[in-house]
Design a protein around this ligand. Structure first.
Ligand code: IPE
Ligand code: IPE
Ligand code: MG
Length: 224
């Protein structure tokens, strides 16, 4: 595969549910199934990194019940999908400040990371309590405290994404054309793709079409 790292803003779960006259959380539930489908699909195709925006630093503003549902869904997802990680040699990782998540979810995250840490297939990275502005402030504070010189290389080494390859392609579903505090530094030279599809309706076929579209693009990185 000529592409190493895809990042996705998984948006539109609430609107999907509304269209079907269901509660918003039904959209999140279907969204979690799509996460499994696209993760295994891309793992089989040989992608190295898939970063998924699952919960932003701003999503705490949502109704308490929705936030609770999302935390429980995450816990259940990691528990139920453990076998999927094992079967497909998928390594699990996170970005974002997970110390603010419920303790039981933090434990589940740690356990999943420990079990999958030596797998060398796809690395699935969930962005949890992730906000790019928060990340940049955390990195800057750490570098000041440790008296690390502010260079591009040092900054990147301290970002949550330090261990991953640069992002080649960022996809946002649901038709919104904004980045909503996702990977502001890391998207510097990523290709962007905005799909009108609501995330719960995203299929592996559409994903393959998006990859074909990516292949037609000429990346210049400021050169000629
Ligand atoms: C994205 O779907 C999932 C999360 C932010 C957790 P939304 O919940 O934002 O769905 P819409 O945008 O309201 O349709
Ligand atoms: C971005 O979606 C966050 C995630 C997908 C987790 P939002 O639905 O929170 O973003 P806005 O509010 O439309 O910008
Ligand atoms: Mg949304």
């Amino acid at each position: 595969m000529n592409i190493k790292h895809i990042a996705i803003i998984m948006d539109g779960n609430g609107r999907w549910a509304k269209k079907k006259r269901l509660k918003r959380v039904a959209g999140h539930k279907r969204g979690a199934e799509v996460v499994r489908e696209i993760t295994t699909h891309l793992a089989k195709k040989g992608l190295k990194y898939l970063t998924l925006y699952a919960f932003s630093t701003e999503n705490w503003k949502r109704p308490k019940l929705e936030v609770e549902f999302l935390m429980n869904l995450l816990d259940k997802y990691l528990k139920n999908e453990l076998q999927t990680y094992i079967d497909n040699k998928i390594k699990f990782d996170t970005i974002g400040d997970i110390t603010k998540l419920p303790k039981r979810v933090q434990n589940r995250i740690q356990k999943t990371k420990d079990i999958t840490k030596n797998f060398n297939g796809l690395t699935q990275v969930l962005a949890l309590n992730y906000g790019s502005q928060d990340e940049i402030i955390r990195v800057s504070k750490k570098m000041c405290e440790n008296k690390i010189e502010f260079t591009k290389e040092n900054f990147e080494k301290n970002l949550d994404t330090a261990n991953f390859e640069p992002i080649d392609l960022m996809i946002r579903t649901s038709g919104e054309k904004r980045v909503s505090n996702f990977l502001l530094w890391q998207l510097a030279y990523a290709e962007l793709y905005f799909s009108p599809t609501l995330f719960p309706d995203l299929t592996t076929n559409e994903l393959d079409e998006i990859l074909n579209n990516f292949n037609t693009r000429e990346r210049r990185f400021g050169g000629v």
